[in-house]
Design a protein around this ligand. Structure first.
Ligand SMILES: Nc1ncnc2c1ncn2[C@@H]1O[C@H](COP(=O)(O)OP(=O)(O)OP(=O)(O)O)[C@@H](O)[C@H]1O
Length: 299
C-alpha cells in the first residue's frame, strides 16, 4: 500500500536518510525503530506528505504521495500541537474543520473521538488544565477526526503516565481491528514488539534490517537462559555458551537452550550444586537490535 524507493533526504550538509526503501502492507502495524537522530521523524514526515523536497519515490496505492492525499492520512506529530486556551472539543472541531467536516457531523465525530481517547468527561475543559498524558491522547484524537485509513504516529507515548499509555495501546488495537494501516515510530522496543507486526530498524539514516517481528526474532535474536545459584560459576557455564552477569545470576546465550538446561541440571546434580532459578529467556527485539548494531538502543 505504501512504498518508498531509494529515498534520500539532506538538511544542508546533514544526510538524514540514505537510499531508504520500504514496503508497508495495507492493514499492517509497522514499527520504525531507531535511536535519537536515526532519521525516523524525517521518514515519517515524508510518509505523511509533510516533507516534499527529497530524492526518490514515495507512493501510496501507486499514487505519488502529495498534499492532495491528506484525507487518507492521519499524522500524529512528536510535539503536541493543541491550543491551550480552548477546550478539548474546541481543539477537535478545529482539526475536523481543516478536513471540511461541519455542523452536526463535526460535533458527533468529536464526541466519538473523545470517547475513543477516554476524555469524554473533560470535553469542555481547557487544555491548559490537562496532564501531559491527556494532551498526548487528545493530540492523537485530533489526527483521527477525519477517520483516516493510514495513521502515522511519531513517538506518541513519550513522557506519559501508564494509564494514558494503556489508553493509547487500546486505541491502536481498535484501529488495527478496523483494518487501518499504522506506522509507529518509537525508540521503546517493547511497545513496538507488543503492537507491531512488522518492523524496520533505522540507524544513521539507513534501514539496517526489516521484516515481520517474528521473522526477525527468529533470525537474529540468540536464545538464552537465566541461571542463579550461590555456587554456579563460570566453570559450570562456559562449556554451554557465552554468558554475562545479570540480576545476581547469569544470562547464558546458546543456540540450544533446552539442551543446555538439561546438561546444566545434570552437571549441578552430579556436583551437588544448588540451583535457585533456571529459566528460558524469550528473545526480544532489543536483542535483535543489539545483534545487528552491537549497541543497545538506550545507550
Ligand atoms: N530541520 C532540520 N534541520 C537540520 N537538521 C535536521 C532537521 N531535522 C532533523 N535533522 C537532522 O537529521 C537527522 C535525523 O533526524 P530525525 O529527527 O529524523 O531523527 P529521529 O530518529 O526522529 O530522532 P529523534 O528520536 O531524536 O526524534 C539528525 O541528525 C537531525 O539532527
Amino acid at each position: 500500500m505504501l512504498k518508498i524507493n531509494n529515498v534520500k533526504k539532506h538538511y544542508g550538509e546533514i544526510q538524514a536518510l540514505h537510499e531508504v526503501s520500504l514496503f508497508i502492507p495495507k492493514g499492517s502495524c509497522y514499527g520504525l525503530v531507531g535511536p535519537n537522530g536515526a532519521g525516523k521523524s524525517t521518514l515519517i514526515k515524508i510518509l505523511a506528505s509533510i516533507i516534499h523536497d527529497y530524492k526518490g519515490e514515495a507512493l501510496i496505492d501507486e499514487n505519488v504521495l502529495n498534499r492532495g492525499l491528506k484525507e487518507q492520512i492521519g499524522y500524529i506529530p512528536q510535539d503536541i500541537c493543541l491550543e491551550e486556551d480552548i477546550s478539548a472539543a474546541g481543539n477537535l472541531y478545529f482539526f475536523g474543520r481543516l478536513y471540511g467536516i461541519k455542523g452536526k457531523v463535526l460535533r458527533q465525530r468529536a464526541q466519538e473521538v473523545l470517547q475513543l481517547v477516554g476524555l469524554s468527561e473533560r470535553s469542555k475543559d481547557k487544555i491548559s488544565t490537562f496532564s501531559g498524558g491527556m494532551k498526548r491522547r487528545l493530540n492523537i484524537g485530533c489526527a483521527l477526526m477525519h477517520d483516516p485509513k493510514l495513521i502515522i504516529m511519531d513517538e506518541p507515548t513519550v513522557g506519559i503516565d501508564p494509564q494514558s499509555r494503556r489508553y493509547i495501546f487500546q486505541m491502536i488495537e481498535g484501529l488495527k481491528s478496523k483494518g487501518c494501516t499504522i506506522i509507529y515510530a518509537s525508540h521503546y522496543m517493547e511497545e513496538v514488539e507488543r503492537l507491531c507486526d512488522h518492523v524496520a530498524f533505522i540507524d544513521k539514516g539507513e534501514i539496517i534490517e526489516k521484516g515481520s517481528v517474528s521473522e526477525l526474532l527468529q533470525k537474529f535474536a540468540i536464545p538464552s537462559i537465566f541461571i542463579r545459584g550461590s555456587h554456579i560459576n563460570s566453570e559450570v557455564l562456559e562449556q554451554y555458551g557465552s554468558f554475562i552477569n545479570k540480576n545476581d545470576g547469569y544470562l547464558l546465550s546458546t543456540q540450544e537452550p533446552l539442551n543446555a538446561m538439561e546438561n546444566i541440571i545434570k552437571y549441578c546434580r552430579q556436583n551437588k550444586i544448588d540451583i535457585d532459578r533456571l529459566e528460558l529467556v524469550h528473545p526480544r527485539l532489543e536483542d535483535v537490535f543489539f545483534t545487528l548494531t552491537g549497541s543497545s538502543l538506550r545507550e
